[in-house]
Ligand binder design. Sequence first.
Ligand code: B3K
Ligand code: ZN
Length: 870
Amino acid sequence: MTAPAAQEKYRLDYSAPHYWIDSIDLDFHLDDHHTRVTAISRIRRNGEHNEPLVLDGEGLLLKKVQLDGRPFSAYVQSATQLTLSNLPAECVLTIETEIDPANNTALEGLYKSGPAFCTQCEAEGFRRITYYLDRPDVLARFTTRITADKAQYPFLLSNGNRMASGDLEDGRHWVSWQDPYPKPCYLFALVAGDFDVLRDEFVTGSGRRVALELFVDKGNLDRAPHAMTSLKKSMAWDEQRFGLEYDLDIYMIVAVDFFNMGAMENKGLNIFNSRFVLANPQTATDTDYFDIERVIAHEYFHNWTGNRITCRDWFQLSLKEGLTVFRDQEFSSDVGSRAVNRIRNVRIIRGPQFAEDAGPMAHPIRPDVVIEMNNFYTVTVYEKGSEVIRMMHTLLGEEAFQRGMKIYVQRHDGQAATCEQFVQAMEAGSGRDLTQFRRWYSQAGTPVLTVRDEYDAVAQRYQLHVQQATPPTAQQSEKLPLHIPLSIALYDSRGAELPLQRDGESVSGLLELTAAAQTFVFDAIAERPVVALLQEFSAPVKLDYPYQDHELCLLLAHARNDVVRWDAAQMLVNRFIIEAVRKQERNEPLCVPEALLFAYGSVLQDQKMDPALATEILTLPGEGTLLELFTSADVDHIHVAREFLLDAVATRHAELWHAAYQCHHIGGDYTTDGAAMARRALANLALLYLARAGLGEERVTAHYRQANNMTDTLAAMQAASVADLPVLASLLADFEQKWQHDGLVMDNWFRLQAGRHDAQTLERVKALLEHPSFSLQNPNRVRALIGSFAANPVVFHARDGSGYRFLRAMLTQLNSINPQVAARMIVPMIQFGRLDSTRKAMIREELQALAQLPDLARDLYEKISRALAQ
Ligand code: B3K
Ligand code: ZN
């Protein structure tokens, strides 16, 4: 396979830069194809040496180099570097480059999103703007001056405070900005365009007035208020819970349509995928509302955990991402339902994160070796990273954790820090020794806890024997025992929680595992108890404990912890799926255990239960998560089992679903408070089950016609799709006609069709590639159509290999258009480890074909080569 300039970089090879850059003054003359960038940097040699200054740069046309104002020629240029020799200990370097933003479809560096200019520099995009030390440990003071046509680009934005502006005679104008906080270049941002602006203000705890400005495409102002409200909520929460205040006089957010990820935390000037900003009831679903609040919060929280304290090198990415995800999860839990938030986060770990751990790209939350950094913005670094922070929070408690945070900020404000330094701060704040806990940073993979118990009725003693083991992962075969918080509770047969004691003393239900095998003893236990294990999902592990159905039913009905109740239901489902897959292998008929049907019935009848929790309990895990229950399985069997269960729950409880629908389907004005969202979620789930029970066509149609919000509209379409109702075609046509002008809304329409299970799905998806609302250049459209297709548990894995062939064809195109997006889309294709051997072989063939691409991008190269090495 042709290796593109693909260099493996190792975490342990870190060394400080040979030079520092204390300040950089950037001057942009914006033009679609010939943007001029002048960078004037103050360079300072780091220590005594004669090493050259090696600057990073990619796709740049070098126009001029000056040293201290005089022409300079002692440099060598390569495709990715500019090497300057014989520099004095301190100097001012002027570099002029030209770039072509309009042809930048990779959306990294400076590019055009529709008519606007914008930037994305993390992780290594700044080198596509100018030659620079493109690494996060070089912190410089930035000023930016932007010149552009005034009519086309009335707004010229960059980081920090606006300093001056002026008009030029040729219809152009300029604005200059200054960011008082030294920062790494990945936090640099520039935006130029014409927008509608929503303005507001936030007064910080210490009385600083902060101007808030939200820039959206013209005509979208009515879709901006929710994002603004979310921002103010986040600012207030970070002061209240973490004691962290905002530090500039202005905070800007710009929404753009072409964006590779969710959003970017550039200092003082966040750039967002419009998907995570724009919302009104007609266009956005409840999930969109929730996600907007969450992502706005996440980017805001980065101002401290990421910007004021940044990462020393990219291997430390989880230092800012794991911590900031933890903070945004806590925010969502404090302002909404803690249990429901926890459940949603657990679903991500058990689904995509466990799959990543089991696949060729498995890596510790602090990776050791990287080819393309953009490939490591993963569920492992982000979500498992957050779980690791959460475990420290669980072990230390809120108070000690916050003391640790204070020490971390105090010690490292204004610095580029490491994960190790974060752990040290936590040790200092708590007085605890986290030596063994540190292994979570270096060890990849999903630990398995095997728990067995013993009850001695005579001695009234209950013992838990816990073993931990982490299976080998790609690139890491040796595993050591981890420090794992295991939260437990014991229940008696009537569902009452039992006090935990040993030798007359009460003991904690938070067990700390540190050895490969440990036993925990509890006495004064009057009957054989039912144990709730891994409460709140206290660690990102798999659990092996031989629960009986009736024990799970007891936990579902009586556990005091809502996550335990949900988890009990999940385990009931898992048991059924495992059994049903085995039965299909033996050609035996399937049947759903009464216990499971009974449990679902009682949840539906539980008047006291939060409808949001009920919805979570009654929502089956997806096929991807279920595949993680097997070492190897036929995905068709899993799918058939899951569909069988859906039908059984639908028909057995048709009356209860009907009642739930009647009770929770509320007409009237649309509101996005938690209670309204919860009721809508349950009503819409009921609609889906009713449709599935064959009782829904009229109701689904009425639901669609009466909907005054996007959540209900889509729920009707989903129900029609899942039950394969004839009315679906007319609903799709109506939706298309109404929304074809709006790409973000159309994404729902693409998603729904790419997710259908019928035999025409692939042909339909191919036809939709030609739809006027679709574009391979727009990452949101690609994710909606191609990403949903690749996540389709049935059609993507078609036995004839047509799904795999199609994805290969798409990746071939995306490889040249946008390598980052291509590398995201390939994920379902490299995680083939648990598939049957026929499918594995077909996928390998497609990967081998991709590997032959003459211009294979590093992003795909890294993933494909790791997959083929398996
Ligand atoms: N820090 C950015 C992600 C950048 C991804 C680069 N490929 C958004 C975030 O995590 O907040
Ligand atoms: Zn982040």
